[in-house]
Design a binder for this molecule. Structure first.
Ligand code: PGA
Length: 259
């Protein structure tokens, strides 16, 4: 495999600052016996980003912001900018999560502006996209994810695209216990990969990671990551428990070593 798997935990609005730091230390301890060959990212709440980045320094864990505003600074109460995330120790930023899209009104265009801001500040975007249950039932999945991807990646050079990770997260699978079957996910991942090939060429598209997200847990990570176009996972619920999160990381790692 040419792509290094990425396992990312999105903690959403969970864990206080001390809990976040303690959790990070526990994950580091749990992984200490294993040389880690997959990329591991955690996205704590904003208040804990800096402390988690410090606790993770010198370990395989990297830190992501859960959101970002396109502007560098200004009168945007409650928001955070890319240079602020960077200065606090992040090197990734999650954008376009369905909770942001559904609850906070993030549009495809706004997600594209956020992606641009992250790239401008040397942060690696993890751009989430996915269909609702209604869209799936109406057979609109492909159209929906394809338009989300093309708007998010508008005006990117191939060099910029190479720094982007895509996360396919069917909304009906997030936090519901329902997971897309590995075949269902692979079908969409292959479609997204093909679109990336058309936009950025085969060489770049083949280095770009496409994560799956939606009720990933230790019992399903193996069958997901075995799919040729699934390069890791974006995990909500199961990333909040040390044993579940480390199990997922170690399973992905085992697969990486075998392939
Ligand atoms: P979940 O969340 O793993 O709890 O389904 C996934 C996500 O929101 O990224």
């Amino acid at each position: 495999m040419t792509r290094q798997p990425l396992i990312a935990g999105n903690w959403k609005m969970n864990k206080t600052l001390p809990e976040s730091v303690a959790f990070t230390r526990d994950v580091v301890t749990a992984l200490a016996a294993h040389p880690i060959t997959v990329d591991v990212v955690v996205a704590p709440t904003l208040l804990a980003v800096h402390a988690v980045a410090q606790a993770a320094e010198g370990t395989p864990i990297q830190v992501a912001g859960q959101n970002v505003h396109p502007s560098e600074s200004g009168a945007f109460t409650g928001e955070v900018s890319a240079p602020m995330l960077k200065a606090a120790g992040c090197n990734y930023g999650i954008i376009g999560h369905s909770e942001r899209r559904q609850m906070f009104g993030d549009t495809d265009e706004f997600v594209q502006q956020k992606l641009r801001a992250l790239l401008n500040h040397s942060l690696k975007p993890i751009v989430c996209l996915g269909e609702t249950l209604e869209e799936r039932e109406k057979n609109q999945t492909k159209e929906r994810v394809s338009s989300q991807l093309s708007i998010a990646c508008q005006n990117l050079t191939a060099e910029e695209a190479a720094r982007v990770t895509v996360a396919y997260e069917p909304i009906w699978a997030i936090g519901t216990g329902l997971t897309a079957s590995p075949e269902q996910a692979q079908e969409i991942h292959a479609l997204l990969r093909q679109q990336l090939v058309e936009s950025f060429g085969k060489n770049v598209a083949n280095t770009m990671r496409i994560l799956y997200g939606g009720s990933v847990k230790p019992s399903n990570i193996e069958s997901l990551i075995q799919q040729p176009d699934i390069d890791g996972a974006l995990i909500g619920g199961a990333s909040l428990k040390v044993d579940l999160f480390t199990d997922i990381i170690l399973t992905a790692q085992q697969f990486n070593e075998q392939s």
